[in-house]
Unconditional design. Structure first.
Length: 172
C-alpha cells in the first residue's frame, strides 16, 4: 500500500469502528484502552486479509452473510477478556463489514457490495416495523428481513441494494 492508501484505510477504520461500536456497548467493563486497540487492530487485520479480498470479485448474498458470521466467530477468540457478550452480535458484525465495504466501494476499490449497513435510520426510511435495534440484533433472520424490505424498493428503482442505500443515506 502507498502511504496515501494506508492513511485512507486508517481513516476508513476509524469511521467504521465509530459507526459500528457507537451505543453498542461491546466491551467488557474493565477493558483498558490498550486492550480495545489490540482488539480493533486484530479485527481490522482479519477483515482486510481474510474477508475483504473476496470482494475484489462479486460476492453473492450467501457468501456475504457467511462473512458476517466469520467476523462473529473471529470475535469469539476475545471472549470475556475484551467483549461484554463474549462475541460481537450479528448487528454489530454486519455494520463493521457493510460499512467497510461501503467505503471501499465509494473509493472505487470494489464493485457494489451485496448489502448495506443496517441501522435505525435506514429502517425508518424503509418504514420497517417493528424497528430492530441493530446493536442488539442477534440473528441472520432479523437482518435478512430488513434486506428483503429494501430489496423491493431497490428493484422498483432499478438499482442495487448498495446504490439504493447510498441514495437514501444522501437524502438524510
Amino acid at each position: 500500500m502507498t502511504p496515501q492508501q494506508t492513511f485512507i484505510n486508517k481513516e476508513i477504520w476509524i469511521l467504521t469502528f465509530g459507526g459500528a461500536f457507537q451505543r453498542a456497548n461491546i466491551y467488557a467493563s474493565n477493558v483498558s484502552e490498550k486492550q480495545r486497540n489490540v482488539f480493533r487492530a486484530a479485527l481490522s487485520k482479519y477483515v482486510e486479509e481474510i474477508v475483504f479480498p473476496q470482494y475484489k470479485k462479486a460476492v453473492n448474498e450467501e457468501s456475504h452473510i457467511n462473512n458476517i458470521k466469520k467476523i462473529i466467530s473471529f470475535s469469539k477468540g476475545y471472549e470475556s477478556r475484551v467483549l461484554s457478550n463474549n462475541q460481537l452480535k450479528f448487528g454489530v458484525a454486519q455494520k463493521i463489514l457493510n460499512l467497510y465495504l461501503k467505503y471501499q466501494w465509494c473509493l472505487g476499490n470494489i464493485q457494489p457490495p451485496p448489502h448495506f449497513p443496517i441501522d435505525r435510520i435506514i429502517q425508518q426510511k424503509l418504514k420497517f416495523k417493528p424497528i430492530i435495534n441493530w446493536t442488539s440484533m442477534k440473528s441472520e433472520e432479523e437482518y435478512k428481513s430488513i434486506i428483503e424490505c429494501a430489496r423491493k424498493d431497490a428493484e422498483e428503482k432499478g438499482v442495487s441494494l448498495a446504490e439504493w442505500e447510498l441514495e437514501e443515506f444522501t437524502r438524510r
